[in-house]
Write a protein that binds this ligand. Structure first.
Ligand SMILES: *Cc1c(COP(=O)(O)O)cnc(C)c1O
Length: 435
């Protein structure tokens, strides 16, 4: 498969370049030149396939002949020892649980695929590569976990000191080995600026191979299509219209859903569920995409004021506001409504949902109220385990919730971060010392 830049359809690069560069030289995002179809036959017998078999079928189509089938199968079996179970909570209502990976959030699906693919692509390389990631939480832990102990790869995570929760900090600072966590005296923007300056620095470019594994990397994006297919595979009655509600921030998850749709998955509607960061619903309403500074909310992984993947969504849907509006419904919800929803879902369906999933629930409910659909397959993507937001969730449902072993165990491990100022010279000195 070859990949184009969303800024210029005529740019055409290999998988290797798209994945190792992460972003096109013109600042555009990479997209596959073709979106292949899964085909009627495969779709008809999809319910007999396992998650890994579906992941293999989809990635084989997207990667085309870039990786021999045997290697691709091995790669997938190595990274996915978990899947995405579909839980039916009411006649028309299902939850697709995406939190069964090692860091308990959906980013594990993409990060683990990207790690394995990068490692595969550089297997014959002489020099190590260094991956820089600025993180305010979830991304860092998914990336650290995915690349942990991978040969020839060093991970440098930058996070703002004192600005992330204790659990989040433990999740990224307790690895060691090839993962270094830098505790930056500054805020998240400082971390991002350091990473950017790192990529731009000529001396660093000459002395080491720097790359990024952030969510705009196509290798992290398309594996997220796997669970849309697997969610569909698990539906009992596939004849009812299928509605996916996607809690959205940077819109990578939704983009992958639209790729699945274009590959032939019969989806009636996508719902882009957002918190107070409402740039996308505003675009649907007005046709104007106006980025704003992000606002802090309790569904903080969706606090994005300028969603990078917006350009991918419009590119997939013919750069047409009309088509985007036909495929996607979107609405924004406040923190108070989100808390009420967590309580309501517990009372009505005896299900405990995290704040991100709860925004998805609200948006689905609003869409159904508007369209008065009576029979449908509503599928809410539950993007994180509720225990990651224990304080908010326990208060909303008024009971203790169980903490998974994966979370409690990292609280017992030693924090291994290195403090650093927000000055680029200090960061550069650190990077050079890695060689
Ligand atoms: C990252 C994240 C989101 C937002 O996903 P996007 O692909 O950026 O839209 C939603 N929920 C959780 C828990 C996340 O970690």
């Amino acid at each position: 498969m070859r990949f184009y830049s969303t800024k210029n359809r005529n740019i055409s690069v290999t998988l290797r370049e798209a994945v190792l560069k992460g972003i096109a030289a013109d600042g555009g995002l990479y997209m596959p030149e073709q979106i292949p179809s899964i085909g009627k036959d495969k779709l008809n017998r999809i319910s007999s396939l396992s998650f890994n078999e579906i992941a293999f079928e989809i990635s084989r189509l997207i990667l085309d002949s870039d990786i021999p089938e045997k290697d691709l199968k091995d790669l997938i079996d190595k990274i996915y020892s978990f899947s995405s179970p579909l839980i039916k909570i009411d006649e028309n209502l299902n939850v697709l649980e995406l939190f069964h990976g090692p860091t308990l959030a959906f980013k594990d699906f993409g990060a683990r695929f990207a790690a394995a693919l990068i490692s595969y692509l550089i297997r014959d390389e002489e020099t190590d590569i260094t991956i820089l990631v600025a993180t305010s939480g979830d991304t860092g832990s998914a990336v650290a976990s995915a690349f942990y102990k991978m040969p020839k790869i060093k991970i440098v995570l930058l996070y703002p000191s004192g600005k992330i929760s204790e659990i989040q900090e433990r999740q990224i600072t307790t690895y060691g080995e090839n993962v270094t966590a830098l505790e930056v005296e500054g805020n998240f923007d400082d971390c991002q600026l350091l990473v950017k300056a790192g990529f731009a620095d000529e001396e660093l470019k000459q002395k080491m191979i720097l790359t990024s594994a952030n969510s705009i990397n196509i290798a992290r994006l398309f594996p997220q299509a796997f669970y849309y297919f697997f969610g569909y595979a698990q539906l009992e009655d596939k004849s009812k219209p299928i509605i996916f509600s996607v809690p959205s921030g940077n819109f990578g998850n939704l983009t992958a859903g639209i790729m699945a749709f274009k590959m032939g998955l019969p989806i009636y509607k996508f719902i882009a569920a957002t918190n107070a960061n409402d740039v996308f619903p505003y675009y649907l309403k007005t046709g104007n995409f106006i980025p704003k500074p992000s606002v802090k909310t309790i569904s903080n992984a969706m606090d994005v004021g300028n969603p990078s993947n917006f350009v991918r969504i419009t590119s997939l849907l013919g750069n047409s506001h009309e088509l985007v509006s036909r495929v996607i419904f979107s609405e924004s919800f406040s923190d108070q409504l989100t808390i009420n929803a967590i309580k309501e879902i517990k009372e009505k369906f005896n299900y405990i949902m995290d704040p991100h999933g709860a925004v998805g629930y609200l948006a689905l409910k609003s869409f159904i109220a508007e369209t008065e659909l009576e029979n449908y397959n509503g599928i809410i993507l539950e993007t994180a385990h509720p225990a990651k937001f224990v304080t908010i969730v326990e208060r909303a449902v008024n009971q203790k919730i169980e903490m998974p072993e994966l979370l409690t165990s990292c609280l017992e491990k030693k924090k291994l971060s290195q403090k650093i100022s927000n000055r680029f010279s200090d960061f550069k000195e650190f990077l050079l010392s890695l060689n």
